[in-house]
Each structure stands twice: as structure tokens, then as C-alpha cells.
Design a protein. Structure first.
Length: 283
């Protein structure tokens, strides 16, 4: 039970962090953003967390620009990998649990059947590599931990750290409003996941489930084209949309074709279509 626990949420102004703050509000969590703690500063991490002495640390801070990670490797590694080592060290010293948010991109995406929690990661881009290294350093730290892998996040708060500053759904709506035909990739598959649902899942995970590695995603698999088509349908937009292959869009970083996370240890969150519909109707 987490009712009497002191909870620290890092990355509290981000898309997931904002919804974590909402879902955990009844427990009066401490909400820290990068202005409150630079997680890449080991001394600051150890000192400030020791002083606060939380029982649970949820790290939703991350470098999430997949293409940007290829050219900003040092920064991506410091945030997604080295900082996790500092947080794990701090958590272990005070006996706290560290919850680390990870990604489907730790996997290659070559398996059409998806990936279980205990499958060995094999990332194909540097962003995925940094997130995998973050997982490894936490597992090897001897700290108490949850690793929560998720994918294709969308939420109401601004998507900080991304070039556009908005999630995929908002990007589609913005482009559709220009009345230009849309071409959207239909050979990459994953689980569109609503950050509010993910935050609720993390709450229940901490309340009832043992430590370990978990996959938390909305139920159902979609391509980016499937997601875009559904968004236009629900929003009543008649913009023309065409499927295309990944090869039609040159990206700096490779993307997994099958970023499918099988959730064998925790119930899938609600169907992604229901989550998208709620998101659109409550914008």
C-alpha cells in the first residue's frame, strides 16, 4: 500500500509527469522539475534526495528526441543512462524504491509477435541504447526498482524535449487543418498510450504489484497510419490521408518496425481507441 509513502516525481512538468502529478495528487507528492534538481549532477542528486528522504522516486525525466539523440549523444546518455545510476545510488542509500520509465525502443522491432518483459533488449538507435543502459545500471545497482516500459505516448501537457513540442495526435490535427493531403507511415506498429492511463497504471502497480520489469501500454496494436486515421475520424476532419512506408520518410535514427510490448505481468490499459477518443473529446 502506498497511502502513507512520501513520493517524489521527477520530470513533473513533462507530459507524463503532469499526469503523474494529477493521479498521485491525493498523496501530496513532491513535484520536481529540472529547475529543482539536475539529475545529471551526482552530488546534487545524492544531497537533495537524502534531505527529502522519499519512500518512492518516480523518474519521468528523460531525453526523448529520438533523432536528436544521434547527434547529441553525450546529453542523451547523461540524462537517460548516467543520471539513472545517480538516482539508483541515492535510492539505495535511503532505502527508497526507484521507478524508471523506459521505452519499446530498447528492442529491435524485428519480432512481429512483440516483446515480453524478460526478452533481451537490442536497440537499433542511440536513444534506445541509452534507455537500455539506464535499465541495466538500475538492475545492477541493488536498489529496489520498477522498470516500466511503455510506447507512443500522447497526453494533454506539452511534450517537452521534442522538436515540435506536441504529440503525434496534435501534429496530425495541425497538418490536417492546412487541407494538404497527409502521408503517414503504415509499416511501424506499436501501442498508442495515453499518459493519464499510464499514470493510473503506475499508481496501481506501486500499490499492488511486486518489484520488477513491467510493460504498461494501452490495449491494441496500431500503425501510425491507423492512429492518424482514427484521430481524423473522431475529430470529424475530412482531410485526405494516404499510407506510406518508412522509406518514404528519411529519419536520422532508425525506428523499430514492431515496437509491440506484450504485457504478461500487468493487465493492459484500456483500448487505445477509447483513450484517444477521451483525449480528443476533453481537449
Amino acid at each position: 500500500m502506498i497511502g502513507a509513502k512520501k513520493i517524489l516525481i521527477l520530470g513533473a512538468r513533462g507530459m507524463l509527469g503532469t499526469d503523474l502529478g494529477i493521479v498521485f495528487a491525493q498523496l501530496n507528492p513532491v513535484l520536481w522539475n529540472k529547475n529543482d534538481l539536475d539529475i545529471t549532477d551526482r552530488k546534487a542528486v545524492l544531497d537533495k534526495i537524502a534531505t527529502l528522504a522519499p519512500d518512492i522516486i518516480i523518474n519521468s525525466a528523460a531525453y526523448t528526441n529520438v533523432d536528436g539523440a544521434e547527434s547529441n549523444r553525450d546529453l542523451a546518455d547523461r540524462i537517460n543512462h548516467q543520471a539513472v545510476a545517480f538516482l539508483a545510488e541515492a535510492a539505495k542509500k535511503i532505502g527508497a524504491i526507484l521507478v524508471q520509465i523506459s521505452t519499446e525502443q530498447v528492442f529491435s522491432g524485428n519480432n512481429k509477435n512483440g516483446y515480453n518483459e524478460d526478452d533481451t533488449p537490442h536497440p537499433i538507435n542511440f536513444y534506445g541504447w541509452t534507455k537500455w543502459q539506464g535499465e541495466k545500471v538500475l538492475i545492477e545497482s541493488d536498489a529496489d526498482f520498477y522498470i516500466v516500459r511503455t510506447s507512443w505516448l500522447f497526453g494533454r501537457a506539452k511534450q517537452r524535449g521534442k522538436p515540435r513540442g506536441v504529440n503525434f495526435i496534435e501534429t496530425i490535427l495541425q497538418k490536417a487543418s492546412s487541407n494538404h493531403p497527409l502521408k503517414v507511415v503504415n509499416d511501424q506498429f506499436g501501442h498508442p498510450t495515453y499518459t493519464y492511463d499510464l499514470a493510473m497504471g503506475i499508481f496501481h502497480l506501486l500499490d499492488k504489484y511486486p518489484l520488477g520489469v513491467y510493460h504498461l501500454v494501452n490495449n491494441g496494436v496500431a500503425s501510425w497510419y491507423d492512429l492518424a486515421s482514427y484521430v481524423l475520424q473522431i475529430s470529424g476532419n475530412n482531410a485526405k490521408i494516404e499510407p506510406c512506408s518508412s522509406s518514404d520518410f528519411a529519419t536520422i535514427a532508425k525506428r523499430p518496425h514492431y515496437g509491440i510490448l506484450n504485457s504478461t505481468k500487468f493487465p493492459y490499459l484500456r483500448d487505445w481507441q477509447a483513450a484517444v477518443k477521451e483525449y480528443l473529446l476533453n481537449k
